[in-house]
Design a protein around this ligand. Structure first.
Ligand code: ADP
Length: 514
């Protein structure tokens, strides 16, 4: 059955002797119940997939293979469906093994034969009533999801306008400290509202299975470390210390980078939100029993044992937090659980009790590092076992790019130093005397060509100088060679480009013709 809620309340029947099914169907019809005898299991399957109220089946129709096929059919049902199956049986002893399997199908009831007309009608009516309640429950949930999605969209447009207007106000008020302060408050609160609206929209899409994940090998420790760095300002504002630790080994999982970040962010934000000033939030990434584990532990409000089971439910909030002082809609943990499960993992919460802090642990299957392609943007690049650690200086004024590159090079075994402009870059290169320097051309202070000339004059051939530029024209390459660079790579650079440039013999002696 598709995720659609069927209108059907029909009872479908399967018996090896078509005559039995006909008789039972007649009997049900006389009681006002729509009943359809099926010729074979294929017809029954087709009807179940289209949506039925209940399935009636006799024990003779249930060979071992058939029970298995029934199991597959039930598995195909959407999560909200609990298809009632009524089995007519007289020789329960001979059925014992099948009965055990049958009970795994969920909503199975047995009616002993010979079946009285009254018993048949009563059993089918009760199965159909249960089914009706499922349909109603599902319809109510769908209506709520549609409402939330609509609400989210309706709130988004005015919010977008407020964000633009605040931005303009902020620019206009830069020289008026009082107004600039008010504008900053509006901006901060609008951003908070924006996040809530995004969560509202997201939770609707994620829980109704409308989100597709872009999974790839991701090094979780680096990802979480970045997220923690981004939360330090918030932690300071809350007066809570936020600490990150890892095992120092790569923890690679098959995940969607954006969604995994969302999981980490939600857990860390909650920990900061529910920990009073002076508290501590410890985040750790490691491996345990063949799994990657992200643990977020705080010294905050804690969670009472009776609430631990329900906090992952949609809109659930523990009574301790209902003073509303901390805001929130009770969506974050539902998102966390759904996103973690979609990526093949689990999440659990534990707490010694109210006031004693909480711990949230996400477990995801580990990916074997060797199979990760070195080119994977967010993946862990193949490490260099046993290779002596080369020193490299990265000089680039784009801080994001520089830090990412430094992290990546650190992961493959380089000892990395960074600098953000020409003069600092030169000082760093002359003091570190690295094996390799990776230098951007357009730099504040003086450019990469000047840096290369001076570095070469002081250090001779002891350093491998690689230029990084935005353009790959031949005269760029020629100028780089003239300035003393050994090679030249074009942005966006990949790790392979750098490795290839490091491995290649210096090409300075033969610069390409301009
Ligand atoms: P929200 O924080 O918006 O209420 P969540 O789904 O993120 O919604 O969390 C649900 C509830 O779980 C919270 O209202 C709070 O009661 C409880 N909770 C979540 N994280 C923590 C934590 N670190 N410490 C104590 N309680 C928590």
């Amino acid at each position: 059955m598709s995720n659609r809620i069927p209108d059907s309340f029909e009872a479908v029947l399967l018996t090896p002797l078509g005559r039995d099914a006909m008789l039972a169907a007649d009997c049900l019809r006389m009681a006002g119940i729509e009943a359809v005898p099926c010729r074979d299991f294929e017809e029954l399957s087709a009807r179940v997939r289209a949506g039925v109220g209940t399935v009636l089946v006799t024990e003779e129709a249930l060979t071992v293979e058939r029970v298995r096929a029934f199991g597959d059919l039930v598995q195909e049902q959407p999560a909200w469906s609990d298809l009632p199956i009524v089995v007519f049986s007289s020789r329960l002893d001979t059925l014992r093994s099948r009965t055990a399997h049958l009970q795994e199908l969920g909503n199975v009831s047995f009616v002993d034969r010979p079946v009285q007309r009254r018993t048949l009608v009563a059993a089918v009516r009760s199965a159909l009533r249960a089914r009706q309640r499922q349909y109603e429950g599902r319809r109510a949930i769908e209506a709520r999801e549609q409402f939330l999605a609509m609400l989210g969209h309706e709130l988004r447009n005015p919010l977008a306008a407020i964000v633009f207007a605040t931005d303009l106000l902020g620019r206009g008020n830069a020289d008026n400290p009082r107004l600039a302060k008010y504008t900053a408050t509006v901006e901060r609160q609008t951003r908070h509202l924006h996040r809530l609206v995004d969560d509202l929209l997201d939770v609707g899409r994620v829980t109704s299975g409308k989100v597709t994940l872009k999974r790839e090998p991701v090094e979780m420790a680096a990802l979480v470390r970045r997220s923690i760095e981004a939360h330090q300002v918030m932690a300071e504002a809350h007066g809570v210390s936020l600490i990150f630790t890892d095992d120092g080994t790569p923890v690679v999982v098959d995940a969607d980078v954006v969604r995994l970040e969302q999981v980490a962010t939600n857990l860390v934000t909650n920990a900061l939100k529910y920990t009073p000033r002076g508290g501590r939030v410890a985040v750790r990434v490691g491996r345990e029993g063949g799994q990657a584990v992200l643990s977020v532990q705080d010294t905050g409000l804690g969670i009472a044992a009776e609430n631990l089971g329900s906090i992952f439910e949609l809109f659930a909030q523990a009574p301790t937090t209902l003073d509303r002082a901390r805001g929130g809609l009770g969506l974050g943990l539902t998102l966390v659980r759904t996103l973690v499960e979609l990526q093949g993992g689990t999440v659990a919460a534990d707490s010694p009790g109210v006031g004693l802090g909480s711990r949230f642990q996400v477990r995801l299957p580990l990916v074997v590092v060797d199979v990760v392609p070195a080119s994977s943007k967010h993946g862990f690049p193949t490490p260099m076992p046993g290779r002596p650690r080369k020193r490299i200086v990265v000089v680039d004024d784009n801080a994001d790019l520089r830090e990412m590159l430094a992290e990546l090079l650190g992961m493959v075994g380089y000892v990395v130093e960074e600098a953000g402009d020409g003069p600092q870059g030169l000082t760093r290169i002359l003091s570190v005397r690295p094996d390799v320097a990776l230098v951007d051309i357009g730099l504040p202070g003086f450019d990469g060509y000047e840096l290369a000339r001076q570095a070469r004059r002081s250090l001779g051939d002891s350093v491998l100088l690689i230029a990084m530029t935005g353009y790959g024209q031949l005269d760029d390459q020629a100028r780089a060679a003239e300035a003393g660079f050994d090679s030249h790579i074009t942005k966006p650079v990949s790790l392979e480009d750098i490795e290839a440039a490091v491995a290649a013999p210096p090409s300075r002696s033969a610069p390409p013709a301009a």
